[in-house]
Write a new protein. Sequence first.
Length: 361
Amino acid sequence: MASTQPQQTTLAPPRGSLYVNVATLLLITAMLAGCDRPRTYENQFLAFGTLVEITIHGAERELAEMAFEVARRDFAHMHAAWHAWQPSALTRVNTAIAAGESIDVDADVLPLIERAKSLSRRSRGLFNPAIGRLVELWGFHTDDYTGRRPPSDARIRALIDQNPSMDDLTLEGSQLSSTNPNVQLDFGAYAKGYGIGLVAEHLRAMGIENLIVNAGGDLRAIGAHGDRPWRIGIRHPREQGVFASVETDGDESVFTSGDYERYFEFKDTRYHHILDPRSGYPARHTTSVTVIHTNPGVADAAATALFVAGPSHWPAVAQAMGVRDVMLIDDQGRAHLTASMAARVEFEIDLPPKAVVHDRS
Ligand code: AMP
Ligand code: MG
């Protein structure tokens, strides 16, 4: 997870200080009233089961407020259309696939399937949104993990043997058919990226030039924060707080997949939500992967795929997916970075873990 750290006055109260000193607030407001220095506005709401934060710099207040409303509506719409577990345009597709029927796919869902098909292939199947049944078997489609234990080997094996893949799906225009009724689509590893991209585009079309759309730490940052670039913090996979930070340039998205986001423990073993489609079990040897890319959908899918690829194989998969800036933290706490990521990342903790730079040129 990442967090943004704008350091100017904002509309929203600073995190962790609910009780703003009223006198201070009045003083700041009075100081700012006479000056037309560009302001930063922030707004937060819940969507996709996570906290979404929109940050806008240098726009008129009225425009920023309109943009917050537009973003809120866009997220609500996408959440409803793409929900994999409650009745939605996507679950209608899954029902048709399971019944062996072809279906005319809703225009909201079509681009998700088309793009995910190509990304899945480029990831060598490690990003595989066709494994919805496996996600459901593990129970990672819910948030309540009390008393959870891993499913039996036999049940996992039965789903793996069905070999669900995005290649089983054929699209002719908007007409979708599947050669495999065991495909169940779950875009949990991709929809947030694709959706953040759409919302950022929408706000930009409204004339907003400097913004961050951040959903639970995954974000697209466009423009800058005045004369300073946006600085993005990357969450420590095992401790509270920020582990490293990067500055974004122009239009970049920063996405992190981590084993700390959804997991349960059983007999001292952590079972997390990023599944290796080859074994059916949570991917091993990695705790987090951060990818920076100009396309937020690619960054999201790639972070998941490289997490599955693990500390030895991620460079080849990164290359196949066309991502250059990668940092993987392995289960020994070591950071593995591409040379381009090493050149831009700043470690924020006193003792950075041993960084292993992979030169992929
Ligand atoms: P992310 O946090 O982007 O890595 O996405 C993780 C979510 O994607 C999980 O909660 C599952 O819903 C789904 N998922 C798990 N493993 C995979 C995988 N190998 N490929 C595609 N989606 C996955
Ligand atoms: Mg992802």
